[in-house]
Design a protein around this ligand. Sequence first.
Ligand SMILES: [Zn+2]
Length: 346
Amino acid sequence: MGAGDLVIEGRALLGEELLVRDVAIVVERGIIRRIEDLSDRPAPWICPALFNAHTHIGDSVAMDLPFTADLTNLVTPPNGLKHRILAATPENELITAMRATIGAMQQYGTAGFADFREGGVAGVQALQRAADGYPCRPLILGRDGGELAGDGAGISSARDISSLDEVVSRVRNAGKMVAFHAGEKDPFDIDAALSYDPDLLIHCTHATGEHLNRCADEEIPIAVCVRSNWIFGVTGSAQNPPVREMLNRGCTFLIGTDNCMAVQPDLWREMSFLTTVYKIPPEQVLRAAVAGSRLLGKSFFIREGTPANFLVISPEDSNLWLSRDPIRTLTGRAGAHNILKKVINS
Ligand SMILES: [Zn+2]
């Protein structure tokens, strides 16, 4: 076998449907060449690699700073607390902090993430340098002139920027992505965001049924960040964000962890919160923690002919082998410590 060749046998979650099958997965030069049926291979479990659909890893430098301010005073540009801390952080410290957070995400089995990067062109370049050498790849959505240096625009809110028409047309002309925070604290910036035909909305914590119908009809994915919403006090119930409504209306929902200053970018914890508090079925939650890979123009779902991006999970190293339902167990109980091997070719 050459570099990137391997055969893994076990109980795999195949395709976007996450069909539980006992198989041998044959990987050659990083590509899944064949998936062959086997009988009775209860372990290990083979799960698609995760994609974190919304982060701000730059604010790792302000991790768990005791804060009492509201959302506006904390994270709204240009004068929120986090922007003042970012502006005062030397670039080498920022890069070191972002590298540490990418390393942590990789430990969690994350093979890619979509980051809203502050700080213009220099901010985008700092993340590119921080990610250098990691298989966990960033999709970088910049602002303040950094839009074209990365993969597109990550707009803090349609109400925060006066030159939005100009920014969006510049990004579109360059063939790059446009993403907005929308509906985080109230519904009033969602229509404006939708009017730009975005590639991705973040939050939609206070989206109405009409907003969700548009997202479904126009196939605009929504990255929800539920733990962040609770920590920042923009929700206190499982009605917001309306995740169940999103699913009922046919929206594509993705999962992100938002500001690293407040929330550890650990999608296992995020999945557990969604199944426990929002009562979202485990299959839907796991699918949402993988499907964001499409934002990178890839798919981490396990299929023949695609790059191999999956996690080999060892239920036998703990009590997880007792599980009667691997997907429920993965979303509710698993974590980085259960991952035996990460196969990442993102
Ligand atoms: Zn955000």
